[in-house]
Ligand binder design. Structure first.
Ligand code: SF4
Length: 256
């Protein structure tokens, strides 16, 4: 997993990356990231994930440069964003996907949309509107890219009807759906930001970063069951983490 590690310019109210216990990632330029990836023995992994933590695509050109630089490893590159990428960046990403397929890889974008009507409260401006992100999904898909819909985190205050609205609007343009748990700091900052009782939670470490802090983890059991059922109805795969989603897309598209 790579990220520029710079503070995000957005302020999503559910964001663990902006809560004090989250230690962030080292701030690195694109070339430094590529050098660091070299140090991870490229034979030992198949996929590179450009994380949505810190939102790496706020500077679209710089993020595209990073994707282009990462192509040297001849892997599948997966990234997540909330930024409504402009058409020439979308076109360039589609070209990278075409190149990656020549060596058995792919470039797989995920667009993060976890609410509709609730979005203005949860993701205040300048976070791009959910409608702009709907449009991005459609434009990526129209270029032949396999698009993941990242409906995460599942937030207990979001009505289930908003998940239906998202799926209903995008079903024909996405390849699979990701849900995800909500991480809240033990100090209660994220819960105060969300402004409501969130129900029962566990307390544990994050599984995807090596940081010693424990977090309250809201599993989103109700949301998970609802979205999984809707996905089954409309014939979409649903996962709670990226790796199985990426493997499934690769299997279906590349016959791996
Ligand atoms: S875009 Fe991502 S990193 Fe930025 S505030 Fe929102 S959730 Fe956090």
């Amino acid at each position: 997993m790579v990220s520029f590690g710079e503070p995000c310019v957005y302020a999503c109210r559910y964001c663990y990356a902006s809560a004090p216990p989250f230690k962030g990632y080292p701030r690195r330029a694109g070339q430094e990231i590529i050098k660091a990836v070299e140090g991870y023995a490229p034979d030992s992994f198949d996929n590179i994930y450009v994380s949505c933590d810190m939102e790496s695509f706020v500077d679209q050109r710089r993020a595209l440069d990073l994707l282009e630089g990462l192509m040297v490893f001849r892997k599948t590159i997966h990234f997540t964003t909330k930024v409504p990428l402009c058409d020439d960046i979308v076109g360039s990403i589609a070209q990278l996907d075409t190149v990656a397929r020549t060596w058995g890889g792919m470039v797989i974008p995920a667009v993060s949309i976890c609410a509709t009507s609730s979005a203005s409260r949860l993701e205040p401006p300048p976070v791009p509107s959910f409608e702009a992100r709907f449009d991005l999904v459609r434009r990526l898909s129209a270029k032949g890219l396999r698009v993941v819909l990242a409906m995460r985190p599942f937030i207990p205050t979001v009505p289930l009807s908003e998940y239906d609205e998202i799926l209903g609007s995008l079903a024909g343009h996405i390849d699979c759906v990701l849900g995800g748990v909500l991480f809240a700091d033990l100090g209660g900052l994220i819960e105060r930001r969300l402004g409501s009782r969130l129900g029962d939670c566990d307390e544990r470490l994050m599984y995807f970063v090596e940081q010693p802090q424990r977090w309250k983890v809201y599993e989103g059991t109700r949301e998970r069951a609802h979205v999984a059922a809707r996905c089954r109805e409309i014939g979409l795969e649903f996962y709670m983490t990226s790796p199985p989603a990426i493997e499934s897309i690769k299997q279906r598209c590349l016959g791996e």
